[in-house]
Design a protein. Sequence first.
Length: 188
Amino acid sequence: MRFRTALIALAAGLLSFGTASAQQAGDAQAFEDLARDVPGFRMIVNKPSVPDTPFFDAARQRTSLKAFGGKALLVNFWATWCTPCVREMPALNALARDLGGEDFEVVAIASGQQVGKHPDAFLQEHQLDALALYTDPHASLMALFETKTLPTTLLVDRSGRILGGVVGETDWNTDEARALLTQLMTEE
């Protein structure tokens, strides 16, 4: 239920910050200010922790968003048949290549049934070599957030809290988006 509330808040564009230290409040305000410059980005009110819902890595091993603890995440739900998703993928690949590492990771999850191409073949064909393969064939994670919109992207801070995101397509490889992601890496 709290994830449904979070997604509704994301779609509605609600803004709220709880009590925090002066440094956290300053970081939160900086993040909020930068988020305004990313088209379609909305903050989430209650900032829930990422769920432990499993999905699969390239080796078909179960993993979850909690497995990425300590990293800031850009979590993107996509599909091979989704035209807006296909347009977003090169930007996500550039972010993974340029910013990915100990502090940040792009987790692009091919969600639901894929039509025509297996996600691995899709990534190879489109030379998306910086993105790891993750799949959720039953779209369990998307179902938890009660969204059917592809793409949907969530930003998660290093503490595993979902701060906000975009329902639909946006260009994640702009100076504004990169500034937001850089700030995300500093969030505690």
